[in-house]
Design a protein around this ligand. Structure first.
Ligand code: AHR
Length: 656
C-alpha cells in the first residue's frame, strides 16, 4: 500500500534542505489540505504494569479473594498472637469465593490482639482527613467484634480505626468506615489490620478497602489517574487490550462474562503479564470509565488467536467465539429489552453505551498459522449483518516493520497499525503517512510510543513522539484514530512489565512523563483542518548505520530533518496552531510567513523542553518537565521565532 503509485501528495510535507540560509516555514492559512479527524487522539489500555490492580482500579487490598497463590496467603501476614493459612473448607455458597483466610486467634486476650494484615499494592496510601470503606466476609468461632485499623507497617501509628458488630458463625458481610485525622501525614508504608482480643477462629473472604473514587463510583477508579487522563482530552478508549485481550492461551483470553456483576461472582483470571487479574475492573467498569471521560470505547473482541499460537480456524469451531463477540457487543449497545442489554441493566446501567468501532483481535500479523483472514471475515460478516453501522478494525498491521507486504484480500473499514521504535526511528519516519494512498483504508495507530526511558519515557522519547504526531496530525484524513501504549505503570520494583510508559504512579502519587505532556499539548491545541506548510532550509541530522554483520564497510549515512512541524486551523475560533519540534541541541531561529489570513500581534506559546534529552519526570520530580505557557508578542504575517534546543512548541495564532 505504501508503495502504491497512487501515493497522493495532498497532505505531504514539503521541505527543502540546503546548507545555510534561514530556516523558514510558509503557512497558507487559506489552503486546507486535509480535515483533522475529530477522534484522532485517544487512549489504549490493558492490564499490564499493574495498570488496574495496583493502579487505576482503586481497590487497596492485594489478594482480596486469596487466589493469587494456591499455597500461601501472599500479601497477608499475622499480627500478634495468631497463625494464618488458606482454607478451602468453607466456600461461600452461590459465589466464586471458595478459598478463605483462616486465623487461629487462640493466643488473643485482652490487651493482646491477634489479627491479619494486608500490605496493599506496595503499601496502603494514607492521607489526612480521608475516608475509606473497608468490607469483608467473616465467620467466626468465638472471636467477638473485630477491630479494623489502618496503621503504619510497624504498628506504631494507627491512623484510623473502627469496630464491627459481633461476628457470627455464618458467613456475613461487614462494612466499616475508616477516617483519618487531619494530622495523618501522607504516607504509603501502611497496612490494613483486622484483629480481635478474644480467642477463637476467624475466617475472612473478599477483604476490600476503597478510598473515595472518581465520580464516587462504589467499585471505581483512582481520582488522580482519572484526572491525568481527562486532562489529555482523549476521544476514545481502546479496550481491553493489547495482549491482555488474547491471553497466552485461549483459556487466558479476556473473560468478559466473568468480569460482570457483583465482585462475589468474579474469579479473576490469569492475564498475560505475569500476574493475576482480579477483574474488579471488568467490562462494565471499562464502559463506565469511558462514560466518566465522556469518550467512546473502541471495543476489541477476542478473535480466536492467543499469544502462544493457540488458535481456532475459521468455520464451525470459530462460531462460538463469533457468537460470544456478538453477545459482548449486545452487552455494550443492546437495548434493555435484549438478552445482554438486560444483563447490563441488571448490573446497574440500563442505558446502552455509544459504540462506533469494534476491533477484531489484536496484532494478528503475529499469527504464523495465517488463519486471520478467514477468522476476520467470519467475525466481520457476522458483526456487519447484525450491526451494519459498526465499523470493523482489522489487526494485520501493515506497519513500519512490514508495510511492504501485500494487503490481504479482506481488510477492515480501518486497519490497526502498531509502532514501538526509538526516537531516531520515529524522527526518520515522521513522514510515514505522507506516503499512504489517500483512497486506501483508514488507519488506526492503535499502539505507538517512542521507547526511551524507564519506567516512564524521557524528553528524547517525547521529541520522537512529537515528531511522529506531526505526521499523524498532518495525515489525519487517513489516520482517524491513534492511541499511545502502554498508558500506565506502577513504578514500584516489580510493578513494571514493559519499559517506557506514559504515566507512572505509586500508592500515593502519580505523574505524567514528558511524552504525556507532549500528547496533552498536541491534543489540547488542534484545529479541524490541516494547513499547507512549505519549508526552506530545514536543519538536518545525520545517522551513520552500523556495518552489516561480518562486514567492515559502513553503509551510506542517512540524513533526516531535525525540525518537524504541522499547522492546523480551528475554523470556528479562527486560531491557527503551529506545532514545531526541535529535536536537536541547537536553538533554531525560524522565519514564519503566513499568507491567506492576517495574524494578530499577540498569541500564545506553549513550550515543553529540557536541557538534556535524557531528562525525565519521576515520583520524586513529577514536574521537572512540564509545558510552560507564555504570551507570544510581535507576531504577524511574518515573524521570526526562536525554538529552544530539545523542545516542543505550540504557537496559537489568532487569524484576523
Ligand atoms: O503495549 C504492550 C503490548 O505491545 C501490547 O499488549 C501488544 O498489543 C503489543 O505487542
Amino acid at each position: 500500500m505504501a508503495n502504491s503509485p497512487l501515493l497522493a501528495a495532498a497532505a505531504a510535507i514539503v521541505f527543502a534542505a540546503s546548507a545555510g540560509g534561514q530556516t523558514a516555514l510558509h503557512i497558507n492559512a487559506a489552503k486546507v489540505t486535509a480535515p483533522v479527524s475529530p477522534t484522532l487522539y485517544g487512549l489504549m489500555t490493558e492490564e499490564i504494569n499493574h495498570s488496574y490492580d495496583g493502579g487505576l482500579y482503586a481497590e487497596l487490598i492485594q489478594n482480596r479473594i486469596f487466589k493469587d497463590n494456591a499455597k500461601n496467603p501472599v500479601h497477608w501476614s499475622v499480627v500478634g498472637a495468631g497463625a494464618i493459612a488458606l482454607d478451602e473448607s468453607q466456600p461461600i455458597e452461590g459465589t466464586v469465593l471458595k478459598t478463605c483466610l483462616k486465623l487461629d486467634a487462640n493466643g488473643a486476650s485482652a490487651g493482646h490482639r491477634a489479627g491479619v494484615a494486608n500490605d496493599g499494592w506496595w503499601g496502603i496510601p494514607v492521607k489526612p482527613k480521608t475516608s475509606y470503606r473497608a468490607s469483608f466476609y467473616a465467620m467466626a468461632d468465638g472471636v467477638g467484634p473485630l477491630t479494623v485499623s489502618l496503621e503504619s507497617n510497624d504498628g506504631s501509628k494507627v491512623f484510623a480505626t473502627a469496630q464491627t458488630q459481633e461476628i457470627t458463625d455464618k458467613w456475613q458481610k461487614y462494612t466499616v468506615t475508616l477516617t483519618t485525622g487531619d494530622d495523618a501525614a501522607p504516607s504509603a508504608a501502611n497496612r490494613l489490620v483486622i484483629a480481635t482480643e478474644k480467642p477463637g477462629a476467624l475466617r475472612l473472604n473478599l477483604v476490600s478497602l476503597f478510598p473515595t473514587t472518581y465520580n464516587d463510583r462504589p467499585n471505581g477508579n483512582r481520582i488522580d489517574l482519572m484526572q491525568l487522563l481527562i486532562d489529555m482530552k482523549p476521544a476514545f478508549l481502546r479496550l481491553p487490550g493489547g495482549n491482555f485481550l488474547e491471553g497466552d492461551a485461549i483459556a487466558d483470553r479476556f473473560p468478559w462474562k466473568a468480569t460482570l456483576g457483583p465482585l462475589e461472582q468474579r474469579p479473576g483470571h490469569r492475564g498475560c503479564w505475569n500476574y493475576r487479574a482480579s477483574d474488579g475492573l471488568g467490562l462494565l467498569e471499562f464502559l463506565e470509565w469511558c462514560e466518566d471521560m465522556h469518550v467512546q470505547p473502541v471495543l476489541a473482541v477476542y478473535a480466536g488467536y492467543s499469544l502462544k499460537g493457540e488458535h481456532v480456524n475459521a468455520g464451525p469451531a470459530l462460531q462460538p467465539f463469533v457468537d460470544d463477540a456478538l453477545e459482548e457487543i449486545e452487552y455494550v449497545i443492546g437495548g434493555a429489552e435484549t438478552k445482554w442489554g438486560a444483563v447490563r441493566a441488571k448490573d446497574g446501567h440500563p442505558a446502552p453505551f455509544p459504540l462506533t468501532y469494534v476491533e477484531i483481535g489484536n496484532e494478528d500479523g503475529a499469527d504464523k498459522s495465517h488463519s486471520y483472514e478467514g477468522r476476520f471475515a467470519q467475525f466481520y460478516d457476522a458483526i456487519k449483518a447484525k450491526h451494519p453501522n459498526l465499523k470493523c478494525i482489522d489487526t494485520l498491521g501493515r506497519s513500519y516493520w512490514d508495510h511492504t507486504k501485500a494487503a490481504p484480500k479482506r481488510t477492515g473499514d480501518v486497519i490497526d497499525e502498531h509502532y514501538y521504535p526509538n526516537a531516531r526511528q520515529m524522527e526518520m519516519d515522521a513522514t510515514h503517512y505522507d506516503k499512504y494512498d489517500r483512497n486506501g483504508p483508514k488507519i488506526f495507530v492503535g499502539e505507538w510510543a517512542t521507547r526511551e526511558g524507564s519506567p516512564t519515557t524521557n524528553m528524547n522519547a517525547a521529541l520522537g513522539d512529537a515528531a511522529w504526531m506531526t505526521g499523524m496530525e498532518r495525515n489525519s484524513d487517513i489516520v482517524v484514530l491513534a492511541s499511545y501504549a502502554p498508558l500506565f505503570t506502577n513504578v514500584n520494583p516489580g510493578g513494571m512489565e514493559w519499559k517506557s510508559n506514559l504515566i507512572g504512579y505509586d500508592a500515593l502519587t502519580s505523574f505524567g512523563s514528558p511524552s504525556y505532556y507532549a500528547q496533552k499539548m498536541f491534543n489540547n491545541n488542534i484545529g479541524d483542518g490541516v494547513l499547507a506548510v512549505e519549508a526552506d532550509n530545514v536543519p538536518m541530522q545525520t545517522w551513520q548505520p552500523p556495518a552489516p554483520k561480518g562486514k567492515t564497510d559502513l553503509p551510506p549515512a542517512k540524513k533526516f530533518p531535525e525540525l518537524f512541524y504541522v499547522a492546523t486551523k480551528d475554523s470556528a475560533k479562527g486560531t491557527i496552531y503551529l506545532k514545531v519540534v526541535n529535536a536537536g541541541g541547537t536553538k533554531r531561529d525560524v522565519r514564519i510567513d503566513i499568507t491567506g489570513a492576517g495574524i494578530a500581534a499577540e498569541g500564545t506559546a506553549i513550550t515543553l523542553g529540557s536541557a538534556r534529552p535524557s531528562d525525565t519526570n519521576s515520583i520524586t520530580e513529577p514536574a521537572k518537565i512540564v509545558p510552560v505557557t507564555t504570551a507570544a508578542k510581535g507576531l504577524g504575517s511574518q515573524f521570526t521565532y526562536s525554538f529552544a534546543p530539545y523542545s516542543i512548541t505550540v504557537l496559537a495564532l489568532s487569524a484576523k
